[in-house]
Design a protein around this ligand. Structure first.
Ligand code: COA
Length: 177
């Protein structure tokens, strides 16, 4: 699509939640194309591998495939954005607590690339308390995450947590208590 307005939605998506999906849907109403960019940085010690995170995102955004693309990126976000021809970066703001960090990031990105704008979107109220860590913690302790993540992700979480438990048992389970 020539002249189509492309926006990036970057993050670690470990895993993608309904809050992320809500932001993607909102971005689709504003932009022609949305490139969901999955960070390859491992400093957050992700539960899911990069391939698993990409696969889950592709699966849950399949109904929007005409507008949404999912890709991994490494290095500076601004370099990736310029290379891909993106005009803006989307970030979700869930609460005032997000603001400081997001403000810092958007100003640093602007310093690095004056032309790249950051657009803040607010997710549906029901998802304002949601984060991937909280989802993993609740699921890991046996709580229900139904309605917080897409059903495919809920299944993958169950599988992953079960295999993590097996792995820990095999490598000397007494630490599990
Ligand atoms: N619904 C639910 N959760 C949401 C959400 C939403 N709408 N929006 C954000 N979150 C959560 C995420 O799940 C994540 O939760 P977690 O910390 O429990 O995993 C948390 O908010 C942070 O968001 P995330 O999307 O993971 O972004 P991040 O803050 O880790 O930033 C990059 C990641 C990739 C955007 C950033 O590190 C980056 O740009 N890296 C590239 C290197 C670079 O250019 N650095 C200079 C930056 S100025």
């Amino acid at each position: 699509m020539s002249g189509a307005l492309l926006v990036l939605y970057p993050g670690s998506f470990d895993p993608v939640t309904n809050g992320h999906l809500d932001i993607i849907q909102r971005a689709c109403r504003l932009f022609d194309r949305v490139l969901v960019a999955v960070s390859t940085q491992v400093d957050k010690r992700p539960l899911f591998s990069l391939e698993e995170r990409l696969e889950m995102l592709r699966e849950v955004t399949a109904p929007l495939r005409r507008q949404v693309e999912v890709e991994a990126f490494d290095g500076l976000l601004v370099h990736y954005a310029v290379n891909r021809g993106a005009k803006a970066v989307i970030r979700g703001i869930r609460a005032v607590t997000d603001f400081d960090y997001e403000f810092q990031m958007s100003l640093m990105n602007r310093r690095l690339c004056e032309e790249l704008e950051t657009v803040f979107l607010v997710p549906a109220e029901a998802y304002t308390y949601l984060s991937s860590s909280l989802v993993k913690e609740v699921a890991g302790l046996g709580g229900s995450v139904t309605g917080l993540v897409p059903s495919q992700v809920e299944r993958k979480l169950e599988e992953k947590l079960a295999s993590e438990r097996d792995r820990r048992k095999q490598s000397g389970g007494c630490r599990d208590g």
